[in-house]
Design a protein around this ligand. Structure first.
Ligand code: TYM
Length: 321
């Protein structure tokens, strides 16, 4: 199965990034899997060059710490494979302004910024280029990327209809639970890097005491019944999904073992600390050797350029270039 996915180097990952995406990537990694650090996408954020560089190295370390193995899959930095930006332009001449301006992520982000840049609008076209360059069949992502995946499919199909069969039409895949991890303080809003409440977001490398504190303070409700029900109990349902994701059980099975919120929270916090501590230790070790991390990424980019170049040439020729 040909797979591609990526993450923005926008700072320490949170639990949603891990359970919604990165952990799935580790499970499905193979010689046909490509995972990139999408530094070009991060240019749409307001971050300094120094931060972007630091975040890029951090994210490489995080990928490896989570269990991606460069001997098994291809790990690379998007900007080191110029075909992404090149195919982006070809696809911008296929995508429409109307469909891009209907993207929920664009509408939300542009509403929060004065004088937002064009890149915020065309962001999903670059994402389509990332995916289509590798003849990707499946894209493991969290629920918030669904609409971008639909757009990628539309662009690929339109291109194929107009210019002949060129691209594989990919499918987005979400994990069964935790495809949308919610903010612990506002469980009707997704956990997010951009708008986060200090207690609402668990970062992958939070200390055990921070994890315990954030879980114990997570917003629940007053009826006291441990039940998996998003409609009436979003706080508890969110905790049950996080638990289910780590324990590899169903939320209902876990709910059936508890009668008190406090016990559920204590066990969940312990389970998280147990699962995340080894990741944190690996990250601390890997980040000591940035040159090695970048050597891994350069080897990955070399492999990626070969694959992406072939698909780019196919697309360019089909369009008459
Ligand atoms: P990004 O960097 O915002 O997020 C990385 C991944 O984390 C998932 N995610 C979540 N999953 C569950 N619950 C949450 N609260 C949560 N928050 C984030 C996201 O769904 C994503 O899978 N546009 C992409 C990056 C991208 C990309 C690509 C992805 C660029 N090119 C090609 C796949 C294929 C993004 O901004 O993800």
């Amino acid at each position: 199965m040909k797979i591609l996915s990526g993450m923005q180097p926008s700072g320490t990952l949170h639990l949603g990034n891990y359970l919604g995406a990165l952990r799935q990537w580790v499970e499905v990694q193979s010689a046909d899997a490509h995972y990139c650090v999408v530094d070009l996408h991060a240019l749409t954020l307001q971050i300094s060059p120094e931060m972007l560089r630091k975040n890029t190295t951090d994210l490489l370390a995080t990928y490896l710490a989570a269990g991606l193995d460069p001997e098994v899959c291809t790990i690379f930095i998007q900007s080191q494979v110029p075909y992404h930006a090149q195919l982006n332009w070809l696809l911008e001449c296929v995508a429409t302004y109307g469909e891009l301006s209907r993207m929920v992520a664009f509408k939300e982000k542009s509403a929060r910024q004065e004088g937002y840049r064009v890149g915020l609008l065309t962001y999903p076209v670059l994402m389509a280029a990332d995916i289509l360059l590798y003849d990707t069949e499946e894209v493991p992502v969290g629920d918030d990327q669904r609409q971008h995946l639909e757009l990628t499919r539309d662009i690929a199909e339109r291109f194929n209809n107009r210019f002949g069969d060129t691209f594989t039409v990919p499918l987005g895949v979400q994990p069964k639970v935790s495809a949308r991890v919610m903010d612990l303080q506002e469980p009707t809003r997704k956990m997010s890097k951009s708008i986060s409440s200090p207690l609402g977001t668990i970062y992958l490398f939070d200390s055990p005491s921070d994890i315990k504190r954030k879980i114990s303070k997570a917003v629940t409700d007053t009826d006291g019944d441990v039940r998996y029900d998003w409609e009436t109990k979003p706080g508890i349902s969110n905790l049950l999904e996080i638990y289910a994701s780590f324990a590899k059980e169903t939320p209902d099975a876990i709910a059936s073992r508890y009668t008190r919120y406090g016990d559920l929270k204590t066990d969940l916090a312990n389970l998280m600390v147990e699962n995340l501590s080894p990741l944190r230790e690996s990250y601390d070790r890997l980040i000591q050797s940035p040159a090695e991390l970048h050597a891994v990424a350069e080897r990955g980019a070399e492999k990626a350029r070969e694959q992406a170049g072939a698909v780019y040439r196919r697309a360019a020729q089909a369009m008459g270039l």
